[in-house]
Design a protein around this ligand. Structure first.
Ligand code: CA
Length: 226
C-alpha cells in the first residue's frame, strides 16, 4: 500500500502537521495544502489517489472544493473531515463526490483504517458477465460496459458491482459487501454502502426502469440478471 499519494487540505496548523507526520510515517506520499484554492490546484497537478478534505476552509467552502476536485477527476477518493455539527454537510458532501467522512475529533488509528479501506482494491473473482443482458465487465481490466458503452465507475463502485455479479440472482449480505469491498475491520458508517449502491444504480439503471439491484432492507442486495 505504501507510496500512494494523499493530498491533505486542512487549514488548521496543529491538525495539519499531526496528520502530515502520521501519513508520511505510514508510507503515504503526502502533500499538505492549507486553502481550497491551493487544494484544487494541487489536485489537478498531482492527481492524488486520495484527498483528505477539511470542510471548513478559509477561502472556499469545502463542499465546493469537493465538487471541483471530483468533477476534474471522478476516480479520486475524497474523504471529508467534518466537525460534529455538520451532519447536513455530510449528505451534501457525499453527493458532491466524497466517498466517506470522518467526524472530528477522530483518532489517527481510525483515520488510517478508513484510508486503508478506501484505497484497498478488492480482489475481484472471475465474474460471469450478464450474458443475456447488456452489462458486461472485465475483471482484470477493471472495466464495465453497458450496451457497449464504457461505464465510468469509481473503484468501489466497480468492486461492488463485480461482487454482486459474482452472486447474481442471490442475496449478498451487507456484512459480506462491507468486508469484501471495504475492509473486514471496517468501522466507519455503513451508510457508505448505501451511498455507493445509489451511485451505482444511477450509472447502470435506465431511467424509470426497475433497478437491476434489488434492496432487501436490513439484509443485503441482489443483482437481478436480465
Ligand atoms: Ca478548518
Amino acid at each position: 500500500m505504501a507510496g500512494e499519494r494523499i493530498l491533505l487540505v486542512e487549514d488548521d496548523d496543529r491538525i495539519g502537521s499531526t496528520l502530515l507526520r502520521a501519513l508520511e510515517s505510514s508510507g503515504y506520499s503526502t502533500r499538505w495544502e492549507r486553502s481550497g484554492t491551493d487544494g484544487i490546484a494541487a489536485a489537478e497537478l498531482q492527481h492524488p489517489d486520495l484527498v483528505l478534505l477539511d470542510l471548513g476552509l478559509p477561502d472556499i467552502d469545502g463542499l465546493d472544493v469537493c465538487r471541483s476536485i471530483h468533477s476534474a477527476d471522478e476516480t479520486v477518493v475524497i474523504i471529508m473531515l467534518t466537525a460534529r455539527d455538520e451532519e447536513l454537510d455530510v449528505v451534501v458532501g457525499l453527493d458532491a463526490g466524497a466517498v466517506d467522512y470522518i467526524t472530528k475529533p477522530f483518532t489517527l488509528a481510525e483515520l488510517l483504517a478508513r484510508i486503508r479501506a478506501q484505497l484497498r482494491r478488492a480482489p475481484v473473482a472471475p465474474v460471469p458477465s450478464d450474458e443475456s443482458g447488456d452489462l458486461r465487465i472485465d475483471a482484470e481490466a477493471r472495466r464495465a460496459w453497458l450496451c457497449g458503452t464504457a461505464l465510468e465507475l469509481r473503484a468501489k463502485e466497480f468492486d461492488l458491482l463485480a461482487r454482486l455479479l459474482a452472486d447474481a440472482g442471490k442475496v449478498v449480505s451487507r456484512e459480506t459487501l462491507m468486508s469484501d469491498v471495504w475492509d473486514e475491520h471496517w468501522y466507519g458508517s455503513t451508510k457508505t454502502l448505501d451511498f455507493h449502491i445509489a451511485a451505482l444504480r444511477k450509472k447502470i439503471d435506465a431511467e424509470g426502469a426497475v433497478s437491476r439491484i434489488t434492496t432487501l432492507r436490513g439484509v443485503g442486495f441482489r443483482y437481478e440478471p436480465s
